[in-house]
Design a protein around this ligand. Structure first.
Ligand code: GLY
Ligand code: MN
Ligand code: MN
Length: 468
């Protein structure tokens, strides 16, 4: 597998056109006058020290400005679409430690803005501008070092947020390029973990989840994805059933049923990816593991083959649970009439998350979603659901799974109301599998999808890659 991409092939930053982002946002705002003000992220330090924490730009600010560095602000005048980028003042003494800042002319060209101001000037600038209304976001800290305090009653925190969230839901071509690249490189990183595990298994070496996390980050970093979109989940054995397991510090068991579930995606220029693959620690899936794996794969393929503009996400989730429920009954793990099992939600003992979500500048990206509580009992869980039909240029994940999670199994099977629906012999037979999730990041196109995720997912392809 080729993970040797060099920087020369990286998508160029010039493709991001934040002015187009702003114009799209403006289209979704009813106000046509006033100013947009938003402050980007600031550098933070570890408690009681001067050690800087890793900085990652706040996503809405990145969307508005394209600036990945800390300490910037933006002001846009809605009446005439003039964009002011406000950079941090960096006195000479600070330059000794942090270097000379980019010249204003370079910043203007790089970010396609009309003017550059210093943060020390922003308050007086806004005073002079006398906006009737300032549209901003909750994440902007209104400490009145920057916003004149007399404008306190002119601040609107709703309209801009709704408009940005709407704008971020569908992607421009340059965003698609960055997201595709992030998913491709993440795919190579996943493949490299499969190969590595296979190699170490043949050498009879016990490996640790931490090694796989390090290798994943290395392949991403080598190819320009210096940050992860979320903390990688490297979950082996029974931990594969823990949805957001991030300890990543246990030895990988090598028994015949053991699986490794890797849910990890790098981000490029803050544009992310979200990919999960599950593979056998011993390079060969056990019969039980194949059975569970292929049920999940069947559900994922069913969704992937139906996705196109106009499709409702809820219908896709319902399709997944129908397939999972049917297959669990066929397997003898669930007992009863399928319609009744679906109505009661008994399948949730093994599938307790949503089938996918929007991806962009964030893993669980903003826009078009509502949190729906599945039920009000203790066995309910929340789902992020896209509440509207899919549209061209949305980027979403498709991520069904089946999990033998001890907590979940106990919750359901020890409840007298649900106990009769479970065949515990079968549950215990398959419990050794731990968990399986298969997750792709895909682009919705005019008449279907482009799958950005290029990691093998058929049982024989994974085994072949691991055994090479
Ligand atoms: N990586 C988190 C998720 O799949 O939603
Ligand atoms: Mn996901
Ligand atoms: Mn994921």
């Amino acid at each position: 597998m080729d993970t040797s991409t060099t920087r020369a092939f990286f998508p160029s930053m010039e493709r991001i056109n934040t002015r187009d982002h702003y114009l799209k946002i403006k289209k979704y705002m009813s106000a046509k006058s006033g100013v947009i003000y938003h402050r980007g992220g600031m550098t933070l330090t570890r408690d009681d020290t001067d050690v800087e924490l890793d900085f990652r730009q706040e996503s809405n600010f990145l969307y508005l400005s394209g600036v990945e560095a800390a300490g910037f602000h933006i002001v846009v005048v809605l009446e005439n679409d003039t964009i002011y980028l406000i950079r941090p003042d960096r006195p000479k003494v600070e330059q000794l430690w942090k270097g000379i800042p980019e010249p204003d002319a370079a910043l203007m060209k790089k970010y396609n803005v009309d003017h550059i101001l210093l943060d020390t000037e922003v308050k007086d600038f806004l005073k002079e501008l006398k906006p009737q209304i300032i549209f901003t976001l909750d994440s902007t800290n209104m400490d009145y070092n920057y916003i004149p305090v007399e404008y306190e009653n002119r601040i609107d925190r709703t309209q801009l947020k709704n408009a940005i969230h709407e704008a971020r839901l569908t992607k421009f071509p340059w965003e698609v390029t960055l997201l595709r690249y992030a998913a491709h490189i993440s795919s190579y990183a996943h493949m490299s973990l499969m190969s590595y595990c296979g190699e170490k298994y043949r050498q009879k070496q016990v490996i640790n989840e931490a090694e796989l996390e390090a290798k994943f980050r290395w392949v991403c970093g080598k190819n320009g994805l210096s940050r992860q979109c979320y903390i990688p989940i490297i979950a082996s054995g029974s931990r594969a059933a823990v949805l957001h397991y991030t300890d990543n510090d246990k030895s990988i068991p090598s028994h015949q049923h053991a699986l490794v579930l890797v849910d990890a995606g790098g981000e490029y220029r803050c544009y992310g990816s979200d990919v999960t693959r599950t593979f056998p620690a011993s390079t060969k899936f056990s019969d039980e593991a194949i059975t569970i794996y292929n049920i999940v794969l069947k559900a994922q393929k069913a969704v992937l083959s139906r996705l196109k503009p106009g499709v409702f996400w809820k219908d896709m989730h319902d399709l997944v649970v129908r397939i999972l429920c049917h297959e669990l009954v066929e397997l003898g793990l669930l007992i009863g009439n399928e319609t009744e099992l679906l109505q009661l939600g008994v399948y949730r003992a093994f599938y307790f998350h949503g089938t996918g979500h929007s991806v962009g500048l964030d893993c669980h990206d903003v826009g078009g979603k509502e949190i729906s509580i599945l039920d009000s009992t203790r066995k309910g869980s929340s789902l992020l659901l896209l509440q509207r039909p899919l549209d061209e240029n949305m980027v979403i994940t498709v991520e069904p799974g089946l999990y033998f999670n001890d907590v979940s199994i106990d919750l359901w099977t020890k409840d007298p109301a649900y106990k009769p629906y479970f065949n515990m012999d079968k549950v215990n037979q398959y419990r050794v599998v731990g968990g399986v999730r298969i997750e792709d990041t895909v682009l919705v196109t005019r008449d279907g999808i482009e799958n950005f995720t290029v990691v093998p997912k058929e049982v024989h392809d994974i085994e072949a890659l691991m055994q090479q």
